[in-house]
Design a protein around this ligand. Sequence first.
Ligand code: FNR
Length: 372
Amino acid sequence: PPLSEILNLHDFEYIARAVMPEKAWAYYSSAADDEITNRENHAAYHRIWWRPRILRDVTHVDFSTKILGHPTKMPLYITATALGKLGHPDGELNLTRAAAKHGVIQMIPTLASCSFDELVDNAKPGQVQFLQLYVNKDRSITEKFVRHAEQRGIKALFITVDAPQLGRREKDMRQKFDAEDPAEVTENKQQDKVDRSQGAARAISSFIDPGLDWKDIPWFQKITKMPLILKGVQCWEDALQAYDMGLAGVVLSNHGGRQLDFSRSGIEVLVEVVRELKKQRGLNFPNEKFQLFVDGGVRRANDVLKAIALGATAVGVGRPFLYAFSSYGFEGVDHALNILHDEFEMNMRLLGARNLKEVVPEMVDASSLQSH
Ligand code: FNR
């Protein structure tokens, strides 16, 4: 169907399922084990209800903000998702271009299909990009990559901490990974050996170091000046430790339900992190010095605004953009961001919020979240 018939981000998923090669669909859509966490990522947002305010002049609404000090037109970023060329020949470049057009930030994955330099070279002057890092068992490879990224102007490093071993994504594992197919080779040559029998995720991830530890954090702080954020925190205790070690923030995430099944949703974890960091360190959120991000299951600006109300600085969106470019290339991602933009405008008006500072905790009833 023409893009004009795509009315929301869910629509891209239905189209992608119909038009994508089976192998690509399996890799993008799969989640761990029985996919309970993947389902919960959506369901958790359905337990939060609004308490909107009325009779405020909402002629003009502004939902721009800053992420780690960098401006963004919407309180979301394009999160890191590997193997973009499985879905479209231009791979992650589709995201780089759409991010530039819409003034939002792209997080480049370690396992992008396009090379890291290609994604940086194709950014517009001044376009902000972050980097997602999988830490290699061979730390000299990681060190070289991190130093190179900083030198190329990457503004923040998101270290993925929820994947000491890849989860079992059985839909993906039933597909054979073909290391000869150019779409399946990542340019960032991090992998040591490729086991082709167990799907795309397992084939590309054998280099990831399960020995990564809190003890490694000072080493990262030594080799780079980029702000460090842990991606994949799932309880307040680890968020507190990240804060105490001087990190710039955490992403409350279960990796799109692709790692530990029965992990809670990021939005659920957000509530306890905000509560405990206030109680134990006197922090208020959103907070410029220590920023909280959430990802997983976000499909509407309405979802994003719930996370903002509860204290997040911004929210990551993954699969919808993959489905958008797999079906329509750059124009698909462009259209997805237009949809989100229109949804933000409408929802802010209906909430009675003229800017994101006015999207406050009192506007949500989150009492049905278990962690409340
Ligand atoms: C991911 N994600 C991910 N995360 C990461 O740190 N490194 C990676 O290489 C990848 N790769 C990846 C591939 C695919 C196909 C998906 C769907 C996800 C996880 C991603 O950053 C994010 O946490 C989730 O995708 C968010 O959930 P939604 O928005 O996809 O529901």
